[in-house]
Design a protein around this ligand. Structure first.
Ligand SMILES: NC(=O)C1=CN([C@@H]2O[C@H](COP(=O)(O)OP(=O)(O)OC[C@H]3O[C@@H](n4cnc5c(N)ncnc54)[C@H](OP(=O)(O)O)[C@@H]3O)[C@@H](O)[C@H]2O)C=CC1
Ligand SMILES: CC(=O)[C@@H](O)[C@H](O)COP(=O)(O)O
Ligand SMILES: [Mn+2]
Length: 400
């Protein structure tokens, strides 16, 4: 029986994680759930169904409403007062970090954005296995995060990085030549910059192969997601940034590949379904039987690969240069992006402005002397995160 804390339980990864656990109550027990408070009905239903001991809620003002919803949910099921015990509530911006330090086997961090950093660090400090969906915490924390982890303590949930972990079992570390990161290309694959000037948030949300949360879906459309994933891969598997190459694979069936020094390439393939990487992350190094459907070889299928159009989508190379600068630069890349994505979704800037703002923030940050890897601290990362958001907001205003 593995005990689990799930942070971000009401999101896309969170709900799919509970789907995996729902039919396997003999293998997993949910000890804690965490969310921000944006979907209290769903959180209440999850609490009643999984009966965690502790719940972390980032917005304290939502606590009363949650309690009312819990009683209503229990009532709906015809339960008496004795059938259900209210969980302990942790409230406020540090609640998820406190919950991450619980005594459990696995913390699955599925919070979105930089808010996942402190929970990631708290999990590692406690010595608990970290099933990591929240790539932003690894990217912005960089060596701070990797040096806090013992070997194997971080297990990737991200589909590409789960694919790397699976393929890397085919050879020794010194036999690896390159990591080949696949990208769907997003909804705007094949478009020109001219085409992209007028695309809307709804257009950007129409991902061709995956149903995901808002931020990661917009990030897939700009290819910022692939930029973050390039940095994530280099950090997780200790590979040089130039040894991670990206190929566009619109079908999202080959989730990524490892090229070995004899010329072999080992790929991990399965239909796009996050329940597979979530399942293997919860049971790593073992596989979770029947986590998802395999490929169907009884019907014709075509898998294609093409190079990335880096002129139209500069986000990957911007990420690579932020990774080479190291230190606080990736935190600025991510923060500027999070602020620009919000502005784009609110209709305040156009699509192309997202990567233009990231680029401008990065240039300014590097010119004003960023904190390098050797001197990196949590405070420096959080300060760079704040600065990146504020500077991006100013650049948004200047364009309005
Ligand atoms: N979705 C996917 O298929 C994939 C996602 N990922 C990564 O997984 C992470 C989650 O993505 P996804 O599930 O799509 O995102 P969603 O937006 O769907 O869900 C985000 C979750 O995080 C919670 N949350 C947001 N802010 C805070 C906060 N400050 N404190 C505590 N909880 C918070 C939300 O709570 P509430 O609902 O209450 O607001 C929600 O439960 C991201 O880092 C993403 O890049 C990686 C690979 C695939
Ligand atoms: C499911 C998953 O892991 C996402 O990160 C996915 O990879 C996004 O697709 P893109 O390849 O379009 O960024
Ligand atoms: Mn991914």
């Amino acid at each position: 029986m593995r005990t689990i804390v799930l942070l971000g339980s009401t999101g896309s990864i969170g709900t799919q994680t509970l789907d995996v656990i729902r039919d396997r109550r003999d293998q997993f027990r949910v000890v804690g759930l965490g969310a921000s408070g944006g979907n209290l009905e769903l959180l209440a239903a999850q609490i009643v169904e999984f009966q965690p001991e502790t719940v972390a809620l980032a917005r304290p003002a939502a606590a009363n409403q949650l309690q009312g919803l819990l009683y209503a949910e229990a009532d709906k099921r015809g339960w008496n007062a004795g059938d259900f015990r209210l969980p302990k509530l942790l409230l406020g911006p540090d609640a998820a970090t406190e919950l991450a330090a619980a005594d459990v086997d696995v913390v699955l961090n599925a919070i979105t954005g930089a808010a996942g950093l402190l929970p990631t660090l708290a999990t590692l400090a406690k010595g608990t296995t970290l099933a990591l969906a929240n790539k932003e915490s690894l990217v912005i924390g960089g060596r701070l995060v990797t040096s806090a982890a013992r070997p194997g303590q971080i297990v990737a949930v991200d589909s590409e990085h789960s694919a790397f972990a699976q393929a890397l079992r085919s050879g020794r570390a010194d036999e690896v030549r390159r990591l080949v990161l696949t990208a769907s290309g997003g909804p705007f694959r094949g478009r020109t910059r001219e085409d992209l000037a007028a695309v809307t948030p709804d257009d950007a949300m129409a991902h061709p192969t995956w149903a995901m949360g808002r931020v990661i879906t917009i990030n897939s459309s700009t290819l910022v997601n692939k930029g973050l994933e390039l940095l994530e891969a280099a950090l997780l598997y200790d590979v040089a940034l130039d040894d991670v190459v990206v190929t566009v694979h619109p079908q999202s069936i080959v989730h990524s590949m490892v090229e070995f020094h004899d010329g072999s390439t080992i790929a991990q393939a399965s239909p796009p379904d996050m329940r597979l990487p979530i399942g293997i992350a919860l049971t790593w190094p073992d596989r979770l039987a029947d986590a998802a459907r395999p490929c169907d070889w009884s019907t014709p299928a075509t898998w294609t690969f093409e190079p990335v159009d880096n002129d139209t989508f500069p986000a990957i190379e911007l990420a690579r240069s932020s990774g080479k600068a190291g230190g606080t630069a990736p935190a600025v890349y991510n923060a500027a992006n999070e602020a620009a994505v919000d502005a784009f979704c609110e209709g305040r800037i156009g699509f192309l402005a997202i990567t233009e703002i990231i680029s401008a923030c990065l240039d300014e940050h590097l010119a004003s002397g960023h904190v390098a890897d050797d001197n990196l601290t949590v405070e420096a990362v959080l300060a760079a995160d704040r600065w990146g958001r504020e500077r991006a907001a100013e650049l948004v205003e200047a364009r309005a």
